[in-house]
Design a protein around this ligand. Sequence first.
Ligand SMILES: Cc1cc2nc3c(=O)[nH]c(=O)nc-3n(C[C@H](O)[C@H](O)[C@H](O)COP(=O)(O)OP(=O)(O)OC[C@H]3O[C@@H](n4cnc5c(N)ncnc54)[C@H](O)[C@@H]3O)c2cc1C
Length: 465
Amino acid sequence: MYDVIIVGARISGSALAMVLADRGYRVLVVDRITFPSPTSSSTNLIHPPGVNWLRRWGILDRLNEHSIPEITHYSLQSGPARLVAPLPSVEGVGYALSPPRISLDQALADAAVAAGAELREGVSIQELLTENGVVTGVSGVSKTSGKMSEKATIVVGADGKNSRVAQLVDARKYRDQPVLSKSSWTYWEGLEQEPLVRTYRKNRRHPFSWPTHDGLSIVGVAWPTDTFPTGDPEQTDRSVIEAFTDVDPEFAERLRQAKRGDRWLTGSVPNFLRTSHGPGWALVGDAGATRDPITASGITHALLGADLLADAITDGLENRPMAEAMAGYTARRDRLIGDHYDYTRDYARVADHSPEERALIAAMSRSPRHGQAMIGLFATVVPPEQFYTRDNFRELFGYLGGAGEVPWTSRLVRWLIEGVPGRPAWASGTADRLIASKLGPMGELLLRSPVPGGSGRRPVSAPTA
Ligand SMILES: Cc1cc2nc3c(=O)[nH]c(=O)nc-3n(C[C@H](O)[C@H](O)[C@H](O)COP(=O)(O)OP(=O)(O)OC[C@H]3O[C@@H](n4cnc5c(N)ncnc54)[C@H](O)[C@@H]3O)c2cc1C
């Protein structure tokens, strides 16, 4: 009998196993794969909060065999508007990392075992054991020893987006949307790079690139699913380089001087949240929340989920009935990741920015505080509800450019904020509504934020070390 059985031993499963085993619980973690196991379905950018968990848990020390540059800046270029800003820090970690998944997954599994968890590889879980409607264990097949079954106080599905555990407990999906974007990406050798994540948006294409490990770089482009170009590898080379030439000819030239180091990979996933706890079971990582990879937030949020679930399970093993301890877990996770999930879904439409949005990106490039907060938002450091506030955007309009760059609608908003004599509340309220109407789902956050002058949330300053 175990305290916890975890199905899936990559990011969320091994992280959870490590934390719980370290607290002294009997943990069994199983995976149908055997380590080391490559995963060709994911790039590997980890934002500062994720890097901070890996640092705290000693995982970074296990990746020393690789040279992994610290990525300190992210950029967003949309037409002529270009924002480059340093990442805000989380507990002194002001950088992202992009370690190879094969080594990261292995390091997490090794750390779980070192903490005292039992890892069984080559075990595929097929069914759940239940008693009176409560999940009490798992059964499956081991590649080496045939049929197996084990019991535990709680069973966790950390088994990815097609979670078998979620399927067996019939976990409900919500806020779901089908695949929105599809990307082609791979590793390049010999590409001259700054410590920068580059993202671009133009002509319904989203080129991206960043340095990863051992001199390699990720290079790719995301398209809306309906315009994703198919073709042989040479055609994909041309499509990708053409997309970069359209947005950044200088970087495209660097690409021409470098060499594609692997075959092209294609990635796309649907978007959903799932109810992530019930009698005797819980879900973590992609099993409970899967989103488009366009904001590269899956690993960071899988680590966040593992941290959160570890505390809920600990509470249930120590202080009160498990059902009571787990009661708020799904809602707590959604409060932490839900707004960023919506931001990601909106971004994954790969829609071109409107002239008003471009004017705001240009304004952010003139205001270091706003620029860093925007980059921090993308990187899951700054919560969207802290960024999309009336205060923050009214102030941002003070950084708008000249008439040639700014559409008349944005100039009208600036006049409503700054130009109406006496600055009456009706004028700034109208400005807020006009701003919100251009921000998609994030506009709702802005309208929910406190009216300046009243009590409530303050505009965001990006956290510092
Ligand atoms: C194209 C693409 C690019 C991405 N790029 C990034 C990025 O740059 N940065 C980022 O943060 N995220 C990225 N992601 C998302 C990221 O890959 C996932 O969020 C992350 O892998 C989730 O980790 P996990 O441990 O929850 O699940 P997974 O990594 O999917 O692991 C699940 C494990 O469960 C095991 N399993 C499944 N079923 C069973 C079973 N029945 N029995 C036993 N074992 C089972 C599997 O073998 C697997 O090892 C990307 C995703 C895609 C598709």
